[in-house]
Design a protein around this ligand. Structure first.
Ligand code: NDP
Ligand code: X2W
Length: 358
């Protein structure tokens, strides 16, 4: 008998991507599928691409329907997971795709989300490089409660963390601008996501340091730097269903700044080496060869992050770019990768590394 997995929020985008990946995973058996108002309908009505599960009836999302599985994946709106997880028993591995347990700073939670902070779970970004050179995956092995990162923080962190861990970047001048496909906003109907609004146009939103992923990026990069990092983040909406392209820039650390005029080549090598070291041997995060740039199309449907880094010599800034599929590495793929680690399975088991381009 395989490892039994329930998916709450199965009718949504994140839930659908979780099920696509779980269907291809050799060790998971898919148990309860649940939803909110759509409970009682079949999965096929909401996820027609998941043919093998089309006739499964969606249960209500309650502790009773989710109990009795080895793993429960929660792909629910913010605020729904704490009460459910409390009823699931300490031995059940709970993987939460929502934001409720990502932040360790209750004040940041109150400022960006409002309401009471539900507590902090192990942060599910295995490739996050810490200041001491270790990786976040060490904290996920055997964990029973895991918070899956937000999609933008996944992209921004994987782009910049190597530079902070290696001490080549300044912590107080980080700028991230990222473009996301519309599936990042979920399935619920929103006027600004109508096809006629999105097609043929790109638009910014959450401008001015107010997007709730800002403190999450600062938390991740702070772990990499071993000190506080401040980030100016601007999200934009792109006319595509999936994908995030994050462009992140940060000022060079003072020692490298000083070296720039005399020996720019040495500075460039120090920068490239930092990223090369961090991602050498990683299955899902790739530093591209020099001169090649990340494209969202190359990550579609794959649990990968493609990263490139360059030095802007003229202004002494490092430019790091990453591409992910927001629903795969940015949500469901990251969730399954973390579940593999929690359960002692090979980290990459069942996860795709090949994208869908063009
Ligand atoms: N989309 C993305 O790229 C990312 C999403 N996430 C997170 O994943 C979670 C799900 O997001 P996403 O799939 O995009 O959202 P969707 O709106 O597409 O799906 C939401 C799911 O939750 C269910 N649901 C809604 N309200 C309730 C409720 N009160 N009780 C039980 N179930 C409910 C819905 O069921 P019904 O159909 O019945 O309404 C649906 O299955 C969110 O926390 C999101 O922040 C994280 C990273 C990236
Ligand atoms: C395009 C778009 O709208 N994206 C979402 C982020 C998606 C994500 O990662 O969400 P959670 O933190 O909610 O899990 C947004 O900006 O709110």
């Amino acid at each position: 008998m395989g490892i039994t997995a329930a998916v709450a929020g199965a009718s949504g985008y994140a839930g659908g991507e979780l099920l696509r990946l779980l269907l291809a995973h050799p060790d998971f058996e898919i148990g309860t599928l649940s939803a909110g108002g759509n409970a009682g309908s079949t999965l096929g009505e909401h996820q027609p691409h998941l043919l093998p599960l089309a006739d499964r009836v969606l249960a209500e999302t309650t502790p009773q329907t989710l109990r009795g599985h080895d793993v429960v994946f929660l792909a629910l709106p913010h605020g729904a997971s704490a009460a459910l997880a409390a009823e699931l028993g300490p031995d059940t591995v709970v993987i939460d795709c929502g934001a409720d347990h990502r932040l360790s700073d209750a004040q940041a939670w109150a400022e960006f989300y409002g309401g009471e902070h539900a507590g902090t779970w192990a942060y599910g970004l295995p490739e996050l490089t810490h200041a001491d050179g270790t990786k976040q995956r060490a904290q996920l092995a055997g964990a029973t409660r895991i918070a899956v990162p937000g999609c933008y923080p996944t992209a921004a962190t994987l782009a910049l963390a190597p530079g902070f861990a290696a001490g080549v970047l300044e912590a107080d001048d980080v700028v991230v601008v990222a473009a996301s496909g519309t599936s990042g906003a979920g399935k619920a109907v929103k006027p600004h996501l109508l096809g006629s609004e999105v097609m043929g146009s790109m638009s910014p939103y959450g401008v001015g340091g107010i997007h709730r992923h800002t403190p999450e990026m600062e938390q991740c990069l702070g772990v990499a730097a071993g000190q506080g990092v401040t980030v100016s983040f601007t999200p934009t909406l792109a006319p595509m269903a999936r994908g995030i392209l994050a462009t992140a820039t940060a000022r060079l650390a003072p020692s490298l700044q000083a070296q720039l005029a005399d020996d720019p080549q040495a500075v460039e090598s120090a920068v490239r080496d930092a990223w090369g070291r961090a991602y050498d041997g990683e299955t899902f995060v790739h530093l591209l060869p020099e001169g090649r740039w990340p494209r969202t199309a190359d990550t579609l449907g794959a649990n990968t992050a493609l990263v490139q880094v360059a030095l802007d010599r003229r202004v002494g800034r490092v430019v790091a770019i990453s591409a992910i599929d927001n629903l795969t590495k940015g949500t469901a793929g990251g969730a399954v990768q973390s579940a593999n680690l929690a359960l002692g399975l090979p980290e990459g088991l069942g996860l795709p590394v090949a994208g869908l381009a063009p």
